[in-house]
Design a protein around this ligand. Sequence first.
Ligand SMILES: [Zn+2]
Length: 500
Amino acid sequence: MKRLYVGCLLFEANTSSPLRTDLEAFQNTYLAEGEETRGLIGANVEVGGFYSAMDRHEGISVVPGFVTWGVPGGKVTDETFRALAHRLYAGIRVAGKLDGVYLSLHGAMVADGDDDCEGLLLQNVRALVGDAVRIVVSLDWHACMTRRMLMHADAFVGYRTYPHTDLADTGRRAAECMLRLLSHGRRVRKLFARVPLIVPVEHCSTDTDPSAAVVGMLSRLDGAAGVLTVVHSMTQPWLDVEGHGTSLLVCCDEDADLQDLAAKRDDVLRFIWESRHAYTVPVADFTGFMVGLASLAAPVCAVDLGDVITAGGPGDSTFLLRKLLENRVTTNALITIVDPGAVEVARAAAAGSVVDVELGSASRGYNAQTRVKARVLRVTDKPFTPKGPALSGFTVNAGWRALLEIGTIRLLVAQHTAFLHDPEAYRSMGCEPSRAALIIQKSHHLFKPAYRDIMNACEYVDTPGPTARDLALHGFQKVRRPIYPLDDLTDFVKSEEYEL
Ligand SMILES: [Zn+2]
């Protein structure tokens, strides 16, 4: 009987956010240990996919371990990272004799004191279990793979969809990879390369080219002789770390043709490099967006690019709300905003009453406070479950939330950040998004699968905030230069390349 420990510590950092992420953010999203985590079977998350794949295999005994993740946000405090990592280490220590460890990580977790949390985590897990135990890791498409990470695990798998809808499937592929590694004792070789390219995310969906073509190339590389896994990562753009860029990792058998596989890997990177202009297309500001809005069929989904929660934005920007009010827009609009103070005001009021609320935090440079009169339509603290493909079956807890009416605007105010990309965020408040004309979204792509049958048009709006699209505004200090699009590079070059 082979014994496998399963753990997860998944978080995507945004180093431009003025906020810090603490333990509460993980508790609010998901934090559990042991048998309780089997409740994730059926939810579209990696650990759920890994459990269900392994449950079908006789001769495998899974030890459900420590599983937590947080909604993307600002850097994690050192205290929080230490506390979470130690729970994971403690779980591995008491698990007894192990043959393998599967870890579901993001790959772009940054703490105040460490830019490479996953590297440190894997180094410590390897030290705990020794070299004979197989370690397989799954990563997000926006991971920032580092040498330290790659040195201390046997193999990696990664998402193949953006919007990310293959989380459980990624867990299943991690399980297949683990079974292959357990069935033979051979060493895995890793062929890694990075190009100095930060890929803007608006036109990066795998539903369209060039990313659809990239996924096709990755699938062909999967099938090359000797290949175990292929992981592609376009690092999360708002991450001020040295090893930024777009990378490709090929994990292969030790007797594979390494030179040929490295050449095939570089073909994919060269294609991405040569497609860079297709990813960097202009986006309208609010004024330009409003000019175009009249000609679009409703409902229109519009992404508030400066405050994307799923890229680590605090979700608290009042920018578009203020613009709609200042311009006396009479469109039926839905907006979400994170504002615990406003939620408190709504909780204290009776349903149907009109309250004075101040939205937005004055302490954050990109934001401005705005005072509005709003009717309280509904207040609840009941979690909801996305029904669309992105994170389906996963319970979302946004704390207390209130639905407010400000003229033709309906404002969903949440106590803290959460995955609010699914229409259930509104439907759970008695509000049907398909009846709105304009729906402001705070995710780049994650909302699209569930809104596909609701929206008739989708637009991006260039707005200020920690996820603002102009990377030159973010004042990166650590990112290794030159890098496109911060620098004007023309020739295909690799900023890093090595074999392990
Ligand atoms: Zn991602």
